[in-house]
Design a protein around this ligand. Structure first.
Ligand SMILES: [Zn+2]
Length: 91
């Protein structure tokens, strides 16, 4: 997953403030199954009859700004937006 985010960030021309949100949503909303799998639980965003992804949170260290940025999605990321960032300054 980290490599997928890096690839999206690397080729993106989105302003930095929206970069993580867009990149991470793309990865965290992915329903791709590993090769040969029919189990929806193998996807990053899971949908089953009785269980599945109910929310998503991301905490990113932005070292050059000396802070953590947190994002929260109050449901499956394929159907909901991430709120944030909430910035936590490193002291
Ligand atoms: Zn989904």
């Amino acid at each position: 997953m980290i490599e997928a985010v890096r690839a999206i960030v690397h080729r993106s021309r989105v302003p930095e403030d929206k970069l993580y949100e867009r990149a991470l949503r793309g990865v965290l909303a992915d329903h791709t199954l590993r090769a040969g799998s029919n189990d929806p639980g193998d996807a990053i965003c899971v949908h089953r009859e009785t269980t599945g992804t109910v929310s998503s949170s991301v905490v990113a260290l932005v070292a050059q700004r000396s802070r953590f940025e947190t994002y929260f999605c109050p449901g499956p990321p394929c159907q909901n937006d991430f709120a944030g960032p909430v910035n936590l300054t490193i002291r």
